[in-house]
Structure formats: C-alpha cells, structure tokens
Design a protein around this ligand. Structure first.
Ligand SMILES: Nc1nc2c(ncn2[C@@H]2O[C@H](COP(=O)(O)OP(=O)(O)OP(=O)(O)O)[C@@H](O)[C@H]2O)c(=O)[nH]1
Ligand SMILES: [Mg+2]
Length: 357
C-alpha cells in the first residue's frame, strides 16, 4: 500500500432544503390552512478514525467530498428528508487543520473517534411553521441554510510508543523484525525502508508497546539529502527514541561516532522538542566485534559522544541483548502512558488495562 502522510482535500456539507409555502386544498374542506413542511437538514462531513488504516493514500486522488443536500419541504405537511452524511475514514493519528484559518479542527487519537468537519445547513421553515392564531394563512417560507465548506490539510503522525532513529543500514528494520510482529524489508543497502512501519512488541503477557521504524536519516537530510527529514514527524508523538547505531561498519573509513552525531544534529534541526525527547543509545551489530574488545568499544563510544544516558548493546541479527532493552522500555512506556502525561492510547493494549481518557 502506498504511504501518504500529507494531503489537502476540499469538503462541503449539504445545504438545507427550502421550506414550502402551500395550503391544504381538498374538496369539502374550505380554507384548509397552511400545510407547507420544513426543508431537511443538509448532511455533515465527518471524519472517522479507522484502526485498520495507516496511510492517507485514499485522499491522494479523491480530493473533494460532498455531503447530500436536504430535500425541500412539500405540501400536505411533508417535511424534507435530511441529506446524506459523508463519513471519511482516516488512520488513527491524523491531524485535521482548516487551511484558511490555520486552526486544528480535530485530531484522531483513538479508533472509532468521530469529528464533524463541516456541518450541514438547517432546513428552511415551511409556512406551516408560521401558523398562529393571528396569522392563519401565512405565506412565509425560508430557504435552507448553506452547508459549511472548507479546505483541509490532513497530516498523519503515527502513534507509537517508541521511535527508531538512525542512519540507513544501522539495522533498525532488523531490530523491529526481531522484537515485533512487523516484517519490514531488510537489506544491506541504504534506504531499504521507504516509509514508516509499526510493529507491536510483546514484552510479556499483557505487556505490549508499539515501535515505529522510519527511513534512515543522513547528514544534510534537512536540505533534502537521502529521503529528507520529513519522516521525523512520525517520531513526534512517541514517548521514547531508540537511537540505533551500527558500531561495526563494513567500511573502515566510516566513523560510527561521527555518524551518530550527524543523526542527532539533523534531529535537532528538524525539531528541538524531538531532540529533547527521552532518547536511548542502542549500539547494534555487536556480533561483529570480538568479545574481548566489546567493553572498550562501548566505553570509547560513549566517551566520545559525551553520552550519559542509557546505553544498550545488542545484536539485532543474532538477537542478543534485546531482553534488557525491552524490559527497560516497557517500564518507561508504562510510566509515560499514565493519563497525566497526555496521550493515552488504548489501541494496542490487548487486555484494555490502560484506561481511556
Ligand atoms: N552483523 C549484523 N548485521 C546486522 C545486524 N542488524 C542488521 N544487520 C544487517 O544490516 C543490514 C541493514 O539492516 P536493515 O535492518 O535493513 O537496516 P535499516 O537501519 O533498517 O536500514 P534502512 O531501512 O536502509 O534505513 C542488513 O544486511 C542486516 O542484515 C546485526 O545485529 N548484526
Ligand atoms: Mg529499514
């Protein structure tokens, strides 16, 4: 499926139907009185969060969405039928912004959440509505009200607990494949991953969290190098970043510390808040380093990085060192998921122990 995370669409709610002015005319019933009904309401345009979607590709070409108009009222006390609503299914994590005002109309944070994007117009009044003891043959009627229309920007920011950050070939996809149900493409050339993937990690019975694997980042990404840095938006809603580093690059001219620093510089250029997010160092491909050299390598790496945060030494390929990483992550994620911290996401909690707020 094609991955699209930003689109602009036009939506229009339905217009209200016009009210009707009419009088009851029947044999043997002189002066039957007003009997014109009201018009029906126009349909709304509604967004619905669908947990089964993870891209906005459906809106790439289908750019205009209109709800039905209300039917006009008719004689014989008939009210017009309401217009048909249009329901637009979008992935969880979509942010909907009105382009004219720049205001966020809604954020889809939970599956099945609904947000009304444009309201249908009310139907007009028929003359029946104006009947009173002093005005027994009103001729007034009103037209229906127009429906709202807007131009919207839809932006998808995936919801995940942990985001993977790193150079191409660092082993991010290998790692997510080793620990989760995700089966991304893995290969020994850069930019194997072209769009984000989510994987659900089961760290134990009723302990699960979601990891987002994104394309690799290289120096100059802010200026468009590689795949650019636009995918970093999918890390913005995570609670923790794993900075995955290949500690044993095949090319001896490549310095892993320099690479790690370049990734962090790009991260900071993209968004300072993202740079400040809790971040752990995951030193990968340790299987390529002889056992007796490993401790020194790790010490030297963190010293040169001036890194004082958590460090995990792993081999995604050999599945070594993963358990401590997963356990510590679970503890962190669980604490961060507490309702006071903001977003609560029940989507991936199979036992529904996480309360919805
Ligand atoms: N020896 C060894 N090789 C690994 C390890 N992890 C990944 N690799 C290899 O490194 C190469 C790149 O792995 P990927 O998982 O595709 O790397 P990535 O970070 O997802 O790369 P992009 O998607 O291009 O950003 C593959 O050939 C993997 O088999 C590891 O722990 N040890
Ligand atoms: Mg990859």
């Amino acid at each position: 499926m094609k991955f699209v995370d930003e689109v602009v669409i036009d939506i229009a709610a339905g217009h209200g139907g016009a009210g009707c002015a009419s009088f009851r005319r029947e044999k043997f019933i002189p002066m039957g009185g007003p009997d014109g009904g009201d018009g029906g309401r126009g349909g709304d345009v509604v967004a619905l969060a669908d947990a089964g979607l993870n891209t906005l590709v459906d809106y790439r070409y289908a750019k205009r969405h209109e709800a039905g108009n209300g039917e006009p009222g008719r004689g014989s006390d008939q009210f017009g039928a309401a217009g048909r609503d249009v329901v637009l299914r979008m992935p969880v994590g979509t942010i909907i912004t009105d382009l004219a005002s720049g205001q966020v109309i809604g954020e889809l944070m939970q599956p099945d959440q609904r947000v009304v994007l444009a309201r249908g117009g009310d139907g007009g009044f028929g003359n029946l509505h104006y009947k009173s003891s002093t005005n027994r043959s009103p001729r007034q009627k009103t037209p229906g009200w127009p429906g709202e229309h807007r131009r919207l920007q839809l932006e998808l920011r995936l919801l995940a607990d942990v985001g993977l950050l790193g150079m191409p070939n660092a082993g991010k996809s290998t790692l997510i494949a080793a620990i989760s149900n995700a089966r991304p493409k893995i290969a020994d050339y850069p930019f194997t991953t072209l769009h984000p993937n989510l994987g659900v990690v089961r760290a134990g019975p009723s302990r699960s969290f979601v990891v987002a694997d994104i394309p690799g980042l290289i120096e100059g990404a802010a200026e468009g190098a590689g795949l650019g840095h636009h995918f970093l938006r999918h890390l913005q809603r995570t609670r923790l970043l794993w900075h995955v580093v290949d500690v044993a690059p095949l090319d001896p001219a490549v310095d892993p510390v320099r690479q790690a620093k370049a990734v962090l510089a790009e991260l900071r250029k993209y968004d300072d808040a993202l740079w400040r997010k809790p971040r752990w160092l995951v030193l990968n491909k340790i299987d390529m380093v002889e056992q007796h050299l490993r401790d020194d390598l790790v010490r030297e790496f963190t010293r040169r990085m001036r890194w004082r945060g958590p460090v995990f030494v792993v081999s995604a390929l050999a599945r070594e060192g993963l358990k401590p990483l997963l356990e510590a992550t679970w503890t962190h994620v669980q604490a961060a998921r507490a309702p006071a911290s903001g977003i609560v996401d029940v989507r991936f909690a199979p036992d529904k122990t996480v309360p919805a707020s």
